[in-house]
Design a binder for this molecule. Structure first.
Ligand SMILES: Cc1ncc(COP(=O)(O)O)c(C=O)c1O
Length: 371
């Protein structure tokens, strides 16, 4: 038996790629009762209709495996109601245990060892481990300039030259807020039918630009759009998200997920949340109002910041981000320290909630950072 520090037990070795992975280390514990501006979640909770529907869940719904009938149709109906140019059908929607699970399944279905995953940096942290665990090669292109522009020309060139299997575009990007127009996404999709272009639209409802109204999946078959009920509808704890693509891609990706991976509570909550779209719209409007207030305030006080798409922004405090993070936490407010992220040295990311919540954040931040 090989006795290294990592594998001292006499058990089978994991796959090499998995052994090499660092465990995901987000600070996810002990967050209840604090003002959580660290994970871009909904800061006021889901619609009362969701709570009511969950409280009425029957014994049967708990004791039998979940049923999904009608949910894909409801997603389609909601997307078309939001924008009448959306042209999709229910066979083009896949239901997943959060968008995280959709991302993992896409990599599982399409990512061969040594295939290339192309993305940008900094971006959402889950794309890279999903590629690494399949032994894929990874190229991450930095956002450009002080406004973090999408590196469009470089990405197009790399698709032509290197033939990536998967291109991951987070639009708007977490954490830079960078927005890429739907027209440019379609241009990218057309470069090579061999590249699956996955557009993570988790935050597009806040300030973003969905590609959905501009495409049909028959004409742009290598495009996958990801949507979730975590951030807008406040269902992060229940885990439900959607992949939208042509029916062949959805069928393939569904093959690598368990038949009951999304639980009954999530399904009941999703129906209730989608029925109460006005609640989601009103929450989004509250965030947009708070965003406007924040932008004015940060400009007025000459605080270095970057606000673009999404329900979050970057801020460069005068003090060390770790100190700010600790001090805010001891005042009951969580934010995300971005100091160690490439190109974001010295920054923190703050999620945007309601105007009252942002005023609370600001009044404490001002004292800590002596603004
Ligand atoms: C860009 C992005 N994509 C996906 C996710 C995960 O979404 P879900 O909660 O639906 O798994 C997150 C969560 O923070 C995210 O920021």
């Amino acid at each position: 038996m090989e006795t290294t520090e990592k594998s001292f037990l006499d058990i089978p070795n994991p796959r090499e790629e998995v052994d090499a992975l660092n465990p995901y280390s987000a600070p996810l514990e002990g967050r209840r009762n604090l003002l959580r501006l660290d994970f871009n979640e909904n800061t006021i909770g889901p619609s009362p209709c969701v709570i009511e529907a969950l409280s009425k869940i029957s014994r049967d719904e708990i004791s039998i495996y979940p049923e999904y009938s009608g949910l894909r149709e409801k997603v389609v109906e909601t997307l078309i109601k939001q924008n009448s140019s959306v042209n999709i059908n229910s066979s083009e929607v896949g239901i997943f245990n959060g968008v995280d699970a959709a991302i993992n399944a896409i990599f599982h279905a399409y990512g061969n060892s040594n295939d290339l995953m192309l993305t940008t940096s900094p971006t959402f942290g889950y794309y890279t481990p999903c590629a690494q665990m399949r032994g894929m090669r990874i190229i991450s292109i930095p956002y450009e300039g002080k406004n973090y522009q999408y590196p469009f020309s470089q990405i197009c060139e790399l698709i032509e030259q290197k033939n990536p299997k998967i291109l991951l575009i987070c639009n708007p990007n977490n954490p830079t807020g960078t927005r890429l127009s739907p027209e440019r996404i379609i241009e990218i999709c057309k470069i090579s039918s061999k590249t699956l272009v996955v557009v993570d639209e988790l935050y597009e409802a806040f300030t973003g630009d969905s590609v959905l109204p501009l495409v049909t999946f028959q004409k742009v078959p290598n495009l996958v759009v990801l949507r979730s009920l975590s951030k807008t509808a406040g269902l992060a704890g229940l885990r439900i998200g959607f992949a939208i693509s042509n029916s062949t891609v959805i069928n393939i990706v569904n093959r690598v997920t368990g038949p009951y991976d999304v639980n009954s509570f999530a399904v009941v909550a999703a129906f209730a949340a989608l029925k109460d779209q006005s609640y989601i719209d009103s929450y989004v409007n509250k965030v947009l109002e708070a965003r406007k207030w924040l932008r004015n305030t940060l400009e007025k006080f000459y605080v270095k910041h970057h606000i673009d798409g999404g329900n979050y922004f970057l801020l460069w405090p005068k003090s060390n981000p770790e100190y700010i993070e600790e001090k805010l936490k001891s005042s009951g407010i969580l934010i995300r320290n971005m100091d160690k992220k490439k190109n974001l040295k010295g920054s923190i990311r703050v999620s945007i909630g309601t105007i009252e919540q942002m005023k609370r954040f600001w009044s404490i931040f001002q004292v800590i950072d002596e603004v």
